[in-house]
Write a protein that binds this ligand. Structure first.
Ligand code: SF4
Length: 166
């Protein structure tokens, strides 16, 4: 199920995920949806069970490089394809439930080059260095669940959120 191309209209900003030095900031849009691939993919759901974590809708991380974490099944093709390391496996830095990443602060030094660097299939591709994007669209092309939307037109939406979310 593709990412909702109108997610900024259909979702609200739930939080702000930034690096500890403040150099990168991306927004998290929710509430997400319970009928996308994460909810139905056997591998993903088995790994949630093994962890003893309950899957709940997670929403979209990022605004102009946006990853629908409900559609992301931890394929990791985007992580290998990105020439400027925009993404990292979120659990490689903070191995906590994804719901706790809504207002997280990270170092931005997690696994970001190896698609097999995921902890397991509950991991998600996190656009931690969203502002580094050079608009090549490689991540969009390789994603098997079309969970990524890269759109320069959403830059003003990000800027607006920055003003609103101090
Ligand atoms: S569009 Fe290209 S540079 Fe931007 S996040 Fe995707 S792969 Fe990386």
């Amino acid at each position: 199920m593709p990412i909702d191309s109108e997610f900024p209209k259909n979702h609200k900003v739930m939080g702000k995920h930034q690096t500890s030095d403040g150099s990168y900031v991306h927004f998290v849009w929710g509430p997400g949806r319970s009928d996308a691939e994460s909810a139905t993919n056997t591998q993903v759901q088995q790994d949630y069970q093994t962890r003893g974590e309950e899957y709940t809708p997670l929403g979209v991380h990022g605004t102009f490089v946006a990853v629908d974490w409900d559609a992301c099944i931890a394929d990791g093709g985007c992580i290998e394809a990105c020439p400027v390391q925009v993404f990292q496996w979120y659990r490689s830095e903070q191995d906590i439930p994804a719901t706790q990443m809504v207002n997280a602060t990270s170092e931005g030094i997690g696994e970001n080059s190896n698609r097999d660097g995921r902890k397991d299939f509950t991991d998600k591709s996190d656009p931690i260095r969203e502002q580094a994007c050079i608009w090549c669209m490689a991540c969009v092309t390789v994603c098997p669940t079309t969970s990524i939307k890269v759109d320069e037109a959403n830059l003003p939406v990000h800027e607006e959120a920055l003003s609103a979310f101090k």
